[in-house]
Design a protein around this ligand. Structure first.
Ligand code: AMP
Length: 390
């Protein structure tokens, strides 16, 4: 293996495609290391501009803006997988793009992603490509019911998905995906959802945080419990899967790997999807680790040594969705609760407005009946008033 490129020293600039809270937290982490952030976002209202040193507002397809951005930065990364691969390739011809345009291409299409995972020897739900109602009928015969129809691209937080329980629902399912190129997946009867945040450096070194347990409400991540409360063997298996994925992709940066834990005499792990970026289920690392997922990402894309993925506390991270953020004063009064607010002006239903992290003594969430302990101890927020406006 050739020697890794020279690291980007303090004073250098990382370019971030996308302007949401992930870019904001990456910019903050970069600043802590003496690095500058230059964000490239498509709309001017992105709150990341408050914390990044510079911002470009242009379409991701605007080649003149991309070329100028490439000139202004030392490395490019992204906070969302919904970046045109052609734009990442255009940038990569001018400046290092980490993770690569290839990783982006694999992760932004569920069919390519699941095919890659299977070829890498990773267990996934059975799946089939669906491009027409006839394909859907054929895929259902192959995969059986229940099954989940998902658009191949641009799906997030359960959008563009339909759970088919009965044969009569195929028309509704096809409507739900708007007739877009899709994938049919066997329904996985999981006990819980887990994720692993892994990082791979430019020298090929890999560091993984412990697997965490994720709970969703209305298809949006609500809580992450760190650690997940698993037998040691499963922690090891979850990390080994994330490692294998990172290696096979020749990955650079932080990677989120979402998994299902399927119960049985021998519980097994299925990978649901990979996120080629920092991930919501890694936000707890800001408060519970010396080196967060955001700093780890900045370190890896800049060629710095990997930080140790060590937790000094157990943690429960709770997202503040929509008008839950209005409770910031009460949350702020709770000693030891780390409050993070993303500075978004408009509260919209289902919008991630901030998060809070509660810390617990190391090992306390993994004792006895871990999931129950974590749940009973974890913060209760009033439910989001769906549909409410500020
Ligand atoms: P995704 O967009 O693939 O992350 O799916 C959103 C959510 O739908 C997941 O977090 C699961 O709760 C559920 N889900 C997705 N795929 C499946 C599946 N094949 N079997 C069971 N549940 C699923």
């Amino acid at each position: 293996m050739s020697s890794p490129p020279a690291p980007i020293a303090p004073g250098g600039t990382i370019g971030i495609l996308g302007g949401g809270q992930l870019a904001r937290m990456l910019s903050i982490a970069a600043a802590r290391l003496g690095l500058r952030a230059h964000v490239f976002c498509q709309t001017p209202d992105q709150t990341v501009a408050e914390v990044a040193g510079s911002a470009t507002v242009a379409d991701f397809e605007d080649e003149a803006a991309l070329a100028a951005f490439a000139e202004a930065v030392d490395v490019v990364t992204f906070e969302t997988e919904n970046i045109p691969v052609a734009s990442a390739e255009f940038l990569a011809a001018r400046v290092p793009v980490r993770p690569s345009a290839h990783c982006l291409a694999v992760a932004q299409d569920r069919l390519t992603e699941k095919t890659f995972l299977r070829e890498a020897g990773i267990v996934t739900a059975d799946f089939a490509a669906v491009d027409s109602p006839a394909d859907l009928e054929a895929a259902l015969r192959e995969i059986g019911l229940p099954a989940v129809l998902k658009t191949r691209r641009f799906g997030y937080d359960g959008k563009g998905q339909f759970l088919i329980r009965e044969p009569g629902q195929t028309g509704d399912a096809w409507k739900a995906v708007n007739g877009a190129p899709s994938i049919l997946e066997a329904f996985v009867p999981f006990e819980c959802e887990l994720s692993v945040i892994a990082a791979r450096g430019l020298d090929g070194g890999i560091a993984c945080f412990d697997a965490v347990r994720n709970e969703h409400e209305n298809h949006i991540l609500s809580k992450t419990i760190a650690p997940a409360g698993l037998p040691d063997l499963l922690y090891g298996q979850a990390q080994a899967m994330a490692r294998r994925i990172a290696e096979r992709l020749d990955y650079a940066g932080v990677l989120g790997v979402e998994m299902f834990l399927v119960p049985g005499a021998e519980p097994s792990l299925y990978v649901n999807e990979i996120a080629p970026r920092v991930h919501n289920s890694g936000h707890w690392t800001i408060d519970a680790c010396a080196i967060s997922q955001f700093e780890q990402h900045v370190r890896t894309i800049c060629g710095w040594p990997l930080g140790a993925p060590v937790r000094h506390s157990d943690a429960v991270m709770t997202n503040l969705i929509g008008d839950q953020v209005a409770g910031w004063q009460d949350l702020g009064r709770q000693p030891g609760l780390a409050v993070h607010i993303y500075g978004k002006e408009e509260i919209r239903p289902g919008r991630k407005m901030g998060h809070v992290t509660q810390l617990f003594p190391l090992g306390s969430l993994d004792e006895d009946a871990p999931a129950t302990t974590a749940r009973t101890r974890s913060l209760k927020l009033p439910p989001e008033k769906i549909g409410s406006r500020p």
